[in-house]
Design a protein around this ligand. Structure first.
Ligand code: AMP
Ligand code: ZN
Length: 397
């Protein structure tokens, strides 16, 4: 029996924040194995990794209450703008595809949040990739290849550590020291469930992380100089990493996933017009593929201390829209892509300038390929005979 612990929330968490507060509870304390908040926002149910002393329990409760307070106190209802509503499109499946994906060997979990895919998912992802590449072509987007590692120095310059500390993944290596390396080679062992038995002092200081997004690499490449033609459209696909703690249970939230991005850099109107054109293009593409979804305003998953201010700012200026696909088996939606506008944030912080000397504006269209495939299978199942014809035909090409 798992240990459970219920907390009466010190303030009622408004309905629009229940999901976002709940996902942050996974980062509050290592004793929390799972957390859920009642729909009325009044009770918080925690599943613990083991029994706690009463003092520990009190300390944990205080941490939970402080998160609720920082995220929800004085929260105002955001303005939700719905740009497209295609949630009621007919679909052919209403089960969770995950058990069958696992039992058929189509998905295997190498480690929590780390998954390998077989031919069905690989080919299905290629079908979606072709749509995104056609969109990129429409804009004459220039192709790029970006590394999996990302510079700690550059991420610091764009204040990533303040906004998203909880989901970072760090890259390190053994210190270049004969004793350290020999010691490691002789004694290193994986000790379940804690991990490698190596002392932290054996590892170098952090210079690089595993990249959390694709478009940052383009901005870093453009940093500290004028943008040659004053505008640029680029595209790339890349491995992304976001540590989602105990929220990583299915393909919905992975530690390592892939994102395809189309990136716009230039004056404000250029970025905004292209973001809108991309949305209209994809609206037709997704209609053709038969996907049931909605596009609505959203905010990034900022960590607790930054959440209220930054989410309100994004909402006030409608900086982010998410394409949320229907998941019939749980009667909810999952963000599979986003349309983002960063104003001149990257231009200012990285000193990328327009011909008139002002900072560039940037925006991106970003789709998670595994989530696209997962949402599609949740709507249409694993049997291609039950898929919309255009997807089945593209799949068989
Ligand atoms: P974002 O930059 O946060 O808007 O993310 C862009 C897209 O990446 C999302 O719409 C998802 O499809 C995908 N994504 C983000 N986080 C994850 C994750 N932990 N696991 C799988 N896909 C993700
Ligand atoms: Zn981006």
């Amino acid at each position: 029996m798992p240990e459970t612990f219920e907390i009466k929330s010190a303030l009622d968490i408004p309905a629009h924040l229940v999901g976002q507060v709940q996902s942050k509870l996974a980062y509050v304390d290592e004793h929390i194995a799972a957390a859920s908040i009642s729909p009325d926002g009044q009770r918080i149910q925690l599943e613990l990794t083991g029994k706690l002393e009463s003092a520990e329990q009190q300390a944990l409760e205080a941490k939970v209450q402080s998160v609720v307070e920082e995220m929800a106190k004085g929260a105002v209802l955001p303005k939700v703008e719905i740009l497209e509503d295609h949630l009621v499109r007919p679909t052919t499946f209403d089960q969770d595809p995950m058990p069958e994906l696992l039992s058929s060997g189509e998905v295997s979990e190498e480690h929590t949040g780390i998954f390998s895919f077989g031919p069905l998912l690989t080919r299905l992802i290629e079908v979606f990739e072709r749509q995104f590449l056609a969109l990129a072509d429409e804009f004459g987007a220039k192709p790029h290849r970006f590394p999996t590692l990302i510079s700690a120095e550059k991420l610091g310059r764009v204040q990533y550590f303040r906004a998203f500390p909880h989901s970072l993944t760090f890259a390190t290596h053994l210190r270049p020291d004969l004793d350290v390396i020999n010691g490691f080679s002789q004694h290193a062992a994986y000790e379940a469930p804690n991990g490698l038995n190596t002392a932290p002092e054996s590892f170098s200081r952090i210079q690089a992380l595993l990249s959390p997004a694709v478009c940052y690499h383009l901005y870093f490449a453009l940093a500290d100089k004028p943008l040659p033609d004053g505008k640029l459209v680029a595209t790339a696909v890349g491995n992304c990493f976001r540590y989602e703690s105990s929220n990583m249970t299915t393909l919905e939230r992975m530690w390592n996933f892939t994102m395809r991005e189309i990136i716009f850099v230039g004056p404000a109107d250029f970025v905004l017009e292209n973001r809108e054109r991309a949305r209209q293009y994809l609206e037709k593409a997704f209609e053709h593929l038969g996907l049931a979804y909605r596009v609505e305003s959203a905010n990034d998953p900022f960590f607790v201390g930054e959440f209220r201010r930054q989410a309100a700012f994004q909402n006030a200026f409608q900086l982010k829209y998410e394409l949320r696909a229907q998941l019939p088996f749980k009667n909810s939606t999952l963000a599979v892509g986003s349309y983002n506008y960063h104003q001149d944030f990257f231009g200012r912080n990285l000193d990328i300038t327009l011909p008139d000397g002002k900072p560039v504006h940037t925006g991106c269209v970003a789709f998670g390929l595994e989530r696209m495939a997962f949402a599609f299978l949740a709507q249409f199942g694993l049997d291609p005979q039950r898929w919309p014809t255009p997807v089945r035909e593209a799949f068989n090409e």
